[in-house]
Design a protein around this ligand. Sequence first.
Ligand code: GLN
Length: 200
Amino acid sequence: PPRVGVLALQGGVREHARMLVGLGADVVPVRRADQLDALDALVLPGGESSTIDRLLRVLDLRDPLRAAIAQGLPVLGTCAGLILLADRIEDPAPGQQTLGVLDVTVRRNAFGRQADSSEETVATVLGPVRAAFIRAPLVVSVGEGVEVIARRGAEPTDTDAPIVGVRCGDVTGIAVHPELTGDATFHRALLGQAAVRRAG
Ligand code: GLN
């Protein structure tokens, strides 16, 4: 089975792990750089992006993670995970950095506070996906070569609708939490990318 890491420093680790196990993956909770080598894919969960960023740097995990992604490790970031992937944050917490592996700008907490959380169906290139918005980020701009794959609207092609999912190569970021609704669309896609990487 594919070996899929879930970055396990803070946030919604367990829900992703459960989902991936359900899809037949071997799941590795990643806390050290030496665990990255054996992975076929990686999930960066939601949580608090500034906290995960700080822990990544304290644990000397940031640079190895950047390198692994640059070398083609398929990665799915959800919510705070998307923020970590982004090149730019419009409104970073004091001192907050990112991995900077996806040419987009994000705005944190763009859809309101925790109390404004909602479960919705978002329009994606993989079809409608049921997912939760929890202090979700908005993608405010997208660089060349980055594909918009999800919008908070009826169609992923509706350019008036807010961008909530992006992809560039094997790097995918979505602003929402499908692991909380049990919608496995994006996890399945990640396992597909993992299989391609294994075969190559
Ligand atoms: N607002 C959070 C952040 O800035 C993300 C919230 C989430 O992951 N559910 O990291």
